[in-house]
Design a protein around this ligand. Structure first.
Ligand code: NAD
Length: 477
């Protein structure tokens, strides 16, 4: 693909990347167009009486593909929300779900609002009204359309949405499955809050298990000691940075936030920065680091791994040439524009694409939805039975231990570790890890097997478009 002359919009970027991939496929005539287009976008304007006057809000819910239902995708609260953005995000959800084999079509929603300007009770009224508008049109429904958190929303908003749906559908026994990312006490699942960040960690771990792939980025070794710069210390960025530094030995050398960036080549304490942001509203003034007001310039600083985890379009034709990171993992949706993607690819930078990198969220949302529909927590039936069977083996091993005396002994904590059956959180992590490994292996298989596929993004599109096409063919289209 030749680089676009002007910076494409987010949706154009997604379409350009899609077109690059389908050019390498042999789809029946017309199917390519059917998969690419967004099926429908609903725009709603509604009023809420706040502070003595009616305020009008604009919201969207876009359905990109219903080849599988329900369709799935988060709800974003941001002043920058617009139809183009929501449609681009909905399209990415279609490809993402296909790539990680979550049985959903793609959707996304957004509300033009800066949540920081409102009190909690005001936000609740706005959210409930927005949800009401979507629920009455089946744009929130356990069988048809299931939202989740995204930028500016969290389990709090999801809990209000679930309650609103419940009030409007009092006899729906599956009401809780109308939205995912709910709090644990409100029908959520262990491990959902951190799932997207955890998925970013699992994606990087899997990447570093393949030395040829690591070499393609000009890197070597494992994650230990790698210098990482993160943009956005919100839900996704914070968890990814915290797991990578706390569990894999990465050094978080830079953190970019709304009010500037922090840099410390010796490594930043992620939890301390997070606590500082929560207390002071930004990174400014944080000790033990150099602060730069022009935060985006830190994206251009030398590091091993760059993790954009905030907004789309932050790596674009304006700064792509200056990006030094040899490996970018797109924790945010669409952080690299199509034009920048071309420039970076030519420079040899390896990009782990958004539709794979941040799929941990929808993967665990899928587990939550299944849990809600089955009305039982994962592991409840098997855990003690599993423990009882392990007990049998342990007893036999203890007998052997006794017989062999000093010649052979059980490791000190073997019994405790082996006897314990997995709880919900462990099962969720295991399912997420398996999903991230399997999807990466599928992508890299295409990346390495085909000479005309030069990057992981094209490989990811090929895998997912092929699956969506197969699903349409199975329907007789
Ligand atoms: P969030 O609202 O929790 O965090 C976003 C963070 O980015 C905040 O800390 C915010 O201050 C920061 N930020 C905003 N503007 C910035 C700027 N100009 N420069 C630097 N930092 C800025 O949002 P999130 O849920 O972490 O989502 C982040 C990205 O990840 C989005 O692209 C979203 O679509 C994607 N994503 C989220 C999930 C999820 O489960 N939450 C799942 C998949 C993908």
């Amino acid at each position: 693909m030749t680089a676009p002359i002007r910076e494409p919009s987010f949706r154009e970027s997604v379409d350009l990347m899609f077109n690059r991939a389908v050019a390498l496929m042999d789809l029946p005539p017309g199917l390519e167009e059917k998969i690419r287009v967004c099926n429908a976008t609903y725009t709603v304007r509604f009023g809420v009486r706040l502070r003595g006057q009616i305020q009008t809000f604009t919201g969207y819910r876009s359905v990109h593909s219903e080849h599988m239902e329900p369709v799935k995708g988060g709800i974003r609260y941001s002043l920058a929300v617009n139809q183009d953005e929501v449609e681009a995000l909905a399209a990415l959800m279609t490809y993402k779900c296909a790539l990680v084999e979550a049985p959903f079509g793609g959707s996304k929603g957004g509300l033009c609002i800066d949540p920081r300007e409102y009190e909690e009770d005001e936000l609740e009224r706005i959210t409930r009204r927005f949800a009401y508008e979507l629920i009455k049109r089946d744009l929130i429904n356990p069988a048809q359309n299931v939202p989740a958190p995204d930028m500016g929303t969290s389990e709090r908003e999801m809990s209000w949405i679930a309650d609103q749906y419940n009030r409007m559908n009092t006899t729906d026994i599956n009401a809780r499955a109308c939205v995912t990312g709910k709090p644990l006490d409100g029908g959520g699942i262990a491990g959902r809050v951190e799932a997207t960040g955890r998925g970013v960690q699992y994606a990087l771990r899997e990447f570093f298990r393949h030395p040829e792939d690591v070499a393609k980025a000009g890197l070597e070794g494992g994650l230990d000691g790698k210098r990482v710069i993160v943009q956005g210390l919100g839900n996704v960025g914070y968890h990814a940075a915290s797991f990578l530094s706390g569990e894999d030995g990465c050094r978080i050398t830079g953190i970019v936030e709304r009010d500037g960036a922090l840099y410390n080549p010796a490594g930043l304490d992620v939890d301390a920065v997070r606590a500082w942001i929560l207390k002071h509203g930004g990174v400014t003034g944080f000790p033990d680091a150099t602060h730069t007001a022009e935060g985006a310039t830190l994206l251009e600083t030398e590091c091993d791994i760059l993790i954009p985890a905030a907004l789309e379009g932050v790596i674009n034709m304006g700064n792509a040439e200056r990006i030094k990171a040899p490996l970018i993992i797109e924790a945010a949706n669409g952080p690299v524009t199509a034009g920048a993607d071309d420039i970076l690819r030519q420079k040899g930078c390896v990009i782990i694409p958004d539709m794979y990198a941040n799929a941990g969220g929808v993967t665990v949302s899928y587990f939550e939805w299944v849990k809600n529909l089955s009305h039982i927590r994962f592991g409840r039936m098997q855990r003690r039975q599993e423990e009882a069977r392990h007990e049998l083996i342990v007893r036999e091993l203890e007998r052997l231990d006794h017989m062999l005396g000093d010649a052979w002994n059980l490791s000190p904590d073997f019994k405790k570790r082996y006897l314990r059956g997995a709880d919900e959180q462990e099962l969720v992590r295991s399912g997420l890890d398996d999903t991230m490994r399997t999807a990466y292996q599928k992508m890299r298989e295409v990346w390495h097997a085909r000479e005309d596929v030069q990057d992981l993004r094209t490989a990811a599109y090929l895998v997912s478009i092929d699956r969506v096409a197969a699903s349409y063919r199975a329907k007789g289209l």
